[in-house]
Design a protein around this ligand. Structure first.
Ligand code: PLP
Length: 447
């Protein structure tokens, strides 16, 4: 390795000497033959860049773990850097493009004019997200909620959406306040299945919007069956895949049309960035989402794109470790005398477990439990030393959320009670701490 580096340095030095000697003219320049191994590396990189330029990165031939690392933007085309640079630029030099007689830009040129429409760092993240979800186009937004709002923004006033009743509280608020004022109607359904979907369809219905597992009770919806029913009725199915990530569940392969994420959660993974992602199955839908992204402008900044892209690289190891801890915690809570119910798709008696197992590769790293009394729940949140009582999930640190005061605070109390989101309910997002330490801490916090 060091001899390779040394030989490369000598080569670069010769080039720079030739350049200095000849002033601004790079000719004549005698370039030494590449050191052994270097040519192979460069050929590999050129092949990769060529594939990227032609848009034929071999997406189906690699497993997701590999795509997290090698996603078409793993090598910077300008410098060869192993990692996408943070292009902290709001605008881009258009060269002679302003001239009426300007020739069309060369094929394959990455075309940027203004960062609301596109930015290379954002594009790298967007392409990686599309690749991982198996979609055609990816878009990165300033938050999960703005991704959801922008996707719903492809609909029009007077349109109608069928939504799962127990979606994330912020999505509920978006539909019940903001979009309601703009005339987008919706019907919330408790048990989503092909019959309830068909019964809710109106002439103006355009979309179905759901999460599975749901938040915070981890209810399972049969994705292939519901997507098929929606498709028969001519609806677009939008799935919030935040809890699962594409590593555990790929809704587009199961019939959905658009996947959204709060990338603030597992995709970013370090509780240090607020971000959202939308991936469309088709170019046509992608164009519609991009039109809203560009018009509305809720885009993710380059630095935050870098943070999410960096988080993606370790998604596999994080989700596997966090999921293993969540399974241990679910088992521990199930046996605890002060716990009345545990909600986790990995538990044998969890309703919909088989359906989930058929459409996802694992139960995930989020679970909820209900204590016997509200005091016990409040006592747990006050006494735990390792879980942060906080909003959010999917970070490297274990988080204990209190849905009635946090994620579902926007929902009226009567509605929460009806859905079973009780003041004795706590949602846990397992982090990367040692599971034994967490169990010891939780045991003490529950006593
Ligand atoms: N979707 C789900 C399932 C969530 O849990 C959240 C946030 O908690 C969101 C969407 C909203 O994402 P953000 O907070 O990044 O706007």
């Amino acid at each position: 390795m060091s001899s390779l580096l040394g030989a490369t340095m000598i080569g670069l030095k010769l080039i720079s000497v030739a350049l200095t000697k000849n002033g601004s003219s790079p000719l004549p320049l005698s370039v030494p033959p590449p050191p052994p191994g270097f040519g192979i590396l460069r050929a590999k990189r050129n092949k990769l860049l060529d594939k990227r330029a032609r848009g034929v990165y071999p997406q189906n031939s690699m497993k997701l773990a590999t795509l997290l690392i090698h996603n078409g933007h793993d090598t910077d085309s300008a410098t060869g850097a192993l990692g996408i640079p943070v292009y902290q630029s709001s605008t881009f030099d258009r060269g002679p493009d302003f001239r009426p007689d300007a020739p069309p830009p060369p094929e394959g040129r990455l075309d940027y004019d203004y960062a609301r429409s596109g930015n290379p760092t954002r594009k790298a993240l967007e392409d990686a997200a599309a690749l991982l979800e198996g979609g055609s186009d990816g878009y990165a937004f300033s938050s999960g909620v703005s991704a959801i709002a922008s996707v719903l923004g492809i609909l029009s006033s007077g349109d109608h959406v069928i939504v799962a009743e127990d979606i994330y509280g912020g999505s509920y608020r978006l539909l019940n306040t903001y979009f309601k004022r703009w005339g987008l109607e919706h019907t919330a359904i408790g048990a989503l299945n092909p019959e309830t979907i068909r019964a809710a369809v109106r002439p103006s219905t355009k979309a179905l919007f759901l999460e599975t597992p749901s938040n915070p009770l981890l209810k399972i919806t049969d994705l292939p069956a519901c997507c098929a029913a929606a498709q028969q009725a001519g609806l677009i199915t939008i799935v919030d895949n935040t809890f699962m990530t594409p590593l555990l569940q790929r809704p587009l392969e199961l019939g959905a049309d658009i996947v959204v994420h709060s990338a603030t959660k597992f995709l970013g993974g370090h509780s240090d960035v607020l971000a959202g992602i939308a991936v469309t199955k088709t170019r046509e839908l992608g164009r519609r989402v991009h039109a809203v992204q560009n018009s509305f402008g809720a885009v993710l900044g380059p630095w935050d794109c870098f943070l999410v892209a960096r988080g993606l690289k370790t998604l596999k190891v994080r989700i596997e470790a966090e999921q293993a801890t969540a399974a241990r915690l679910a088992d521990f809570f199930s046996r605890h005398r002060n716990i009345e119910a545990v909600y986790y798709p990995g538990l044998e008696r969890h309703p919909g477990r088989e359906v989930h197992a058929a459409q996802a590769a694992g139960p995930g790293a989020v679970l909820s439990f209900r204590t016997r009394t509200v005091e016990q729940a409040l006592g747990f949140l006050g006494k735990t030393r390792l879980a942060a009582p906080a909003v959010s999930l999917g970070g490297v640190e274990t988080i204990a959320s209190y849905p009635v005061r946090m994620s579902h605070a926007a929902m009226p109390a009567a509605e929460r009670d009806r859905l079973g989101i009780s003041p004795a309910l706590i949602r846990i997002s397992a982090g990367l701490e040692d599971a034994d330490d967490l169990i010891e801490d939780f045991d003490a916090a529950l006593s």
